[in-house]
Design a protein around this ligand. Sequence first.
Ligand SMILES: C=C(O[C@@H]1C=C(C(=O)O)C=C[C@H]1O)C(=O)O
Length: 130
Amino acid sequence: MTSATHPTDRPEDHAPVDPAATDAPHRTSETAMERLTSIRGTIDNIDAALIHLLAERFKATQRVGKLKAENDLPPSDPEREKAQIQRLRSLAEAAHLDPEFAEKFLTFIISEVIRHHEAISEDHQRGHDA
Ligand SMILES: C=C(O[C@@H]1C=C(C(=O)O)C=C[C@H]1O)C(=O)O
């Protein structure tokens, strides 16, 4: 590979998000506690972003759950899940994240989504039976 434009070789796939994550020489005047506090600030921001992203994802999957219930579609779609797992595993590899962890994380989220879809479907059925 000669160029840096290959999808798995972009600089953003490798650059640390947090400049404080490196041991750059200009940071040596800081105490260890100052560095810890600074890095923890970054961790807190990332955790907040994860919560907001998950909230948006669940809003979208709730819409899918309603659509499926109204159209008699099953709560889960194993083929779609297989494709998502493959995609996230390769994104994880490119980002130097453990693909096993990425798969477990996605599987955990999807299992919660399916639980919601089953509940939406049962509610929908009950509404029609009443
Ligand atoms: C959201 C859907 O429903 C389920 C949940 C999925 C998910 O959380 O990504 C994927 C597939 C389905 O098992 C869907 O079918 O797209």
